[in-house]
Design a binder for this molecule. Sequence first.
Ligand SMILES: [Zn+2]
Length: 206
Amino acid sequence: MAFIDLPTAADRLGISLTYFRDLIDRTDRKETVLDPDPTADFWSSSTAVIPERDLRTYEHMLARRRFVRFLEKYADVLVEGCELTVRPGWKSLLERVADRLRWMPPAWNARFRKAREKSGYMSLGFEYDSEREDARNEIARLREEIRLSSLSLCEECGRNGRFRYSDRSLTLCDRHARLAEPLRAGDGLMSDPLSDGAAISELPSD
Ligand SMILES: [Zn+2]
């Protein structure tokens, strides 16, 4: 079996070494990294290697994280250069949004512009005919529906999860909760970072 070192692997995948290490960690694949130096630390080792054949696995993972198939499948309701900066666990929500756009009245000209992760929930951007009140109302409802749904789905894997309060607030299942560590005091006491009495009409809508 052929092995390659991590910098070479990252290079061939077209990603930075830091991102590659992070990807290995968050997909629970640290055990697949072999290190001839038993005292080396995963995050700083210069001797670590992976089986070369694992490159294909990482290529698939990266395609999934970049929503390559989603972008192809729903090209008809996406703006050119639709920006998706969310993790793969929320793919089902992206599909729900795109399916809803397909069924909106054609006169609204509604298109998916972006999806972002924003302190633990999904924030959506659209292009549509905002002069129309019916379109405005429906888009606002869709935004809030998806925002609330995202607060119960793990961003990383799509299993049931909850909002994790930290410097980098995320919605995660128990298995991925470590990605939000260190948690802040008060974690577990709130399910929605915006649920402090804000009305739906006051929510950010970029
Ligand atoms: Zn998870």
